[in-house]
Design a protein around this ligand. Structure first.
Ligand SMILES: [Zn+2]
Length: 152
């Protein structure tokens, strides 16, 4: 699966998160050959878990499937919105090779916007970052979600 195909899938997962009242964010983890290791949507509200971000759920599942303990060497984390500090940190800890994201998150993004956890030179592992993949679609989904929420 290409980055673009993975992002399309992540956008579908993001849209589904709205069904249970979660902010529409979706993530897919690809193995080094582009195979899907795991996918998840944001389930913070659904689980009542502050750490149940799409990225964390997908990284956990991917590690289980990948078969190299906790290491996701060669993997790509593909997510619709720029990861927060927790998720950027999790991607570093998981040793993913790449973080691919859609829309920038100027309020909480930790892959270049507000912080840059993934490319901090003080860390010994720094995933490559590819930003802006289908950013417009991700942004539109989020804006529509918050607009509907405010209208309630
Ligand atoms: Zn997060």
């Amino acid at each position: 699966m290409t980055d673009d195909e993975a992002m399309l899938r992540a956008l579908q997962l993001a849209a589904a998160a709205q069904e249970w009242g979660d902010t529409p964010i979706g993530a897919v983890v690809l193995g080094s050959g582009g195979e899907v290791l795991a996918e998840a949507a944001n389930e913070r509200e659904k689980r009542g878990d502050p750490t149940a971000h799409a990225e964390v759920l997908a990284l956990r599942e991917a590690a289980r499937v990948h078969g190299d303990g906790w290491r996701l060497t060669g993997a790509s984390l593909v997510v619709t919105l720029e990861p927060c500090t927790m998720c950027a940190g999790a991607s570093v800890l998981a040793r993913v090779a790449r973080v691919v994201y859609g829309a920038d998150d100027p309020k909480a993004g930790a892959a270049g916007s507000l912080w840059d956890v993934v490319r901090d030179r003080r860390l010994n592992h720094r995933p490559e970052v590819l930003a802006g993949v289908r950013a417009e679609e991700s942004g539109a989904l989020l804006r529509a979600f918050f607009r509907a929420k405010r209208a309630l």
